[in-house]
Design a protein around this ligand. Structure first.
Ligand code: PLP
Length: 388
């Protein structure tokens, strides 16, 4: 790979295109090869060569270099078979008998994995309002209860879009002796780079914006710390939750257009949020880019753009929200997010969703379609939803 030969200080939009390319050779390919081999030729004591494809395989490297560079790390990322596989490896950085401090609104499987691990290890999961910096700091150093060993951050959170003060929280966690892990799936590395704000590890569901086409499941963990990277790598090797070569290649192909996709979908999300806020059939809208969002100023200070997710509560409650998901023709009613296609979901249809998430809340993931088409479809569906 030729990342060393690239000019210094490239913008992330350029990194997404230029990193992870094969060395420039006359007549050579511009894209990396997919290597389908479970094992490698080797004799005697191994000396740094590739050995076996669960340990390491060259088809991961271009994607790992590119995601690492996008997050501003000097070390390549580690790719995993899914976002949850990367999250599971990162959660295992918590020490047994300690606490993981986590957002009360977060990706549901992350909270389940944290709770299951805590049960196995005699630890606890302490849920906090991640936007309330004082409350998080208090949870990191409790008067009674286990000391925290990991602070887990999502920002903006799923699905409530609370925005955390990542630099302040990471500093407080460090002081309390806890590692900070940020799930950067919603913001993407174009929206925020938590390692530069003091976080120790960043995890991604590459499935979402990074790959961007709803055709591949993949995850990644990134850290600047060689010791932490060794621990995450060891967990991947032993747990075996490795990425397939085709999936890795597809994800890199999707990642090349990250900046274009995110710029378009962020701009459309903000425009739709503004219009929905004035819509007579909308009871509530949340998006960090709206001045009415409780952490709007924090998001403006800490993020580059406000992300492509917004939430909407239609007049008429959960029944109207369900009717809306059946009335849309362009928006795809589905879980997941971050694809080129816009999608929406009433979150409380899932029994495991937090009871503090309103019953009628729809989470919208804005894609790259023409914003006027998206608006027309939503406006029509809002009106139809009132008729039952
Ligand atoms: C989807 C998602 C995950 C899980 O990723 P998978 O690739 O589905 O395993 C984790 N965190 C967030 C914020 C997500 O949106």
């Amino acid at each position: 790979m030729s990342t060393e030969n690239l000019p210094e200080r490239l913008s992330p939009a350029t990194v997404a295109v230029a990193a992870g390319r094969p060395d420039r050779v006359k007549g050579g390919p511009v894209n990396p090869a997919v290597v389908l081999s479970s094992t490698y030729v080797s004799t005697r004591e191994p000396g740094g060569e590739l050995l076996y494809a669960r340990y390491d395989t060259e088809t991961w490297h271009p994607l790992e270099e590119t995601i690492g560079a996008l997050e501003g790390s000097a070390l390549p990322a580690l790719v995993f078979s899914s976002g949850m596989a990367a999250i599971d490896a990162a959660l295992r950085l918590a020490a047994p008998g300690t606490a993981v401090v986590a957002p009360r609104h977060a990706y549901l499987a992350t909270l389940t994995a944290a709770r299951e691990q805590a049960q196995r290890e005699g630890s606890e999961v302490r849920l906090v309002d991640i936007a309330d910096t004082d409350a998080v700091v208090a949870a990191l150093r409790p008067a009674d209860g286990a000391a925290a060993s990991v602070l887990w951050i999502e920002s903006p959170t799923n699905p409530m879009l609370e925005v955390a003060d990542v630099p302040a929280l990471a500093a407080a966690a460090r002081e309390a002796g806890a590692l900070t892990v940020v799930d950067n799936t919603f913001a993407t590395p174009l929206g925020q780079r938590p390692l530069g704000q003091g976080a120790d590890v960043v995890v991604h569901s590459v499935t979402k914006f990074l790959a961007g086409h709803s055709d591949v499941l993949l995850g990644a963990a990134v850290t600047d710390d060689a010791g932490l990277r060794r621990r995450l790598h060891a967990r991947r090797t032993t747990g075996g939750a490795i990425a397939g070569p085709w999936e890795s290649w597809l994800a890199l192909r999707g990642l090349r257009t990250l900046a274009l996709r995110v710029e378009r979908s962020q701009a459309s999300a903000l425009e739709l949020a503004r219009r929905l806020e004035r819509h007579p059939l909308v009871a509530g809208v949340s998006h960090p880019g709206l001045p009415s969002h409780p952490q709007h100023e924090r998001a403006t200070a800490l993020m580059n753009g406000y992300g492509s997710i917004l939430t909407l509560r239609p007049v008429g409650g959960a029944a109207a929200a369900d009717a809306l998901t059946e009335a849309v023709r362009l928006w795809v009613p589905a879980t997941s997010l971050g694809g080129v296609e816009s999608s929406l979901e009433r979150r409380r249809r899932l029994a495991a969703e937090a009871p503090t998430v309103p019953e009628d809340l729809l989470r919208l993931s804005v894609g790259i379609e023409d914003v006027e088409d998206l608006w027309a479809d939503l406006d029509r569906a809002l009106r139809l939803a009132q008729q039952g």
